[in-house]
Write a protein that binds this ligand. Structure first.
Ligand code: ADP
Ligand code: MG
Length: 222
């Protein structure tokens, strides 16, 4: 379902090429949960943004359900992303002037969403344990609570793929487990595919398959 082929992204820094992602290839089947573990600076975020259609690769391709996302024009790629994928960003990404519920509903403003999206948003906020914060603004939420709202938002479009960049980064251990459990439930209920980036071994180990990123090079984690 996701096929990454020989993908490369380099940055020029002081006239030197830095190979953030260096010829990475891998395939993720529909409904699989894959983790990518690696130290800070190893290229994990860059890799996710290449897969998620946010950063254009220098070369290589990304196929998602047969669609070569980097061959689409910008509009089509945004549309494709909105329909099929969700990104959980490493750092806070909520809109400060919108409430928790409005933040979760935000993606529905950019596409044709069917059904009762508001009821679904409320169900999601309940699933991340923040029902009582439905009308709260991000500045009135803790870092971990903001993170959980961003996670709820990632499910509003019922994505087939979730790309999660250190999704449990600033959460306590218990909440961290709740989030992983939620991912596993969504995976079972909706066959959602997950690619989860982490620097924690315990999180990586809960995925069915583990990959490792090291200096831009992706390998199977043995
Ligand atoms: N926009 C950018 N411009 C220049 N260098 C970048 C940029 N984004 C990332 N890098 C560099 O690429 C490498 C990989 O970064 P990143 O993908 O963020 O790693 P990770 O997520 O594993 O911490 C790092 O050395 C980082 O400094
Ligand atoms: Mg990162």
């Amino acid at each position: 379902m996701i096929e990454v082929s020989d993908i490369v992204k380099s940055y020029m820094i002081d006239g030197q090429a830095l190979h953030a992602v260096n010829h990475a290839s891998f395939t993720v089947r529909k409904g699989e949960i894959v983790s990518i573990i690696g130290h800070s600076g190893s290229g994990k975020t860059t890799l996710l943004s290449l897969i998620g259609g946010l950063t254009r690769p220098d070369s290589g391709s990304v196929l998602c359900d047969g669609t070569d996302i980097w061959r689409l024009d910008d509009n089509s790629r945004s549309h494709f992303r909105n329909r099929n994928m969700s990104f959980i960003y490493q750092f806070a990404s909520l809109i400060p002037t919108l409430t928790a519920l409005e933040n979760i509903l935000l993606p529905t403003a950019f596409g044709d969403f069917s059904g009762d999206v508001r009821a679904y948003a409320e169900a999601l906020i309940e699933r991340v344990g923040l029902k009582e914060k439905i009308r709260a603004y991000p500045s009135h939420l803790s870092g971990g609570q903001q993170r959980r709202i961003a996670i709820a938002r990632a499910f509003i479009n019922r994505p087939s793929v979730v790309l999660a960049d250190e999704p449990t980064g600033d959460l306590d251990e218990e909440t961290e487990q709740d989030i992983i459990r939620l991912f596993q439930e969504m995976n079972r209920e909706l066959e959602t595919t997950f690619i989860i980036v982490t620097h924690t071994r315990e999180i990586a180990a809960q995925a069915a398959r583990q990959l490792r990123m090291s200096n831009g090079i992706l390998t199977d984690a043995a």
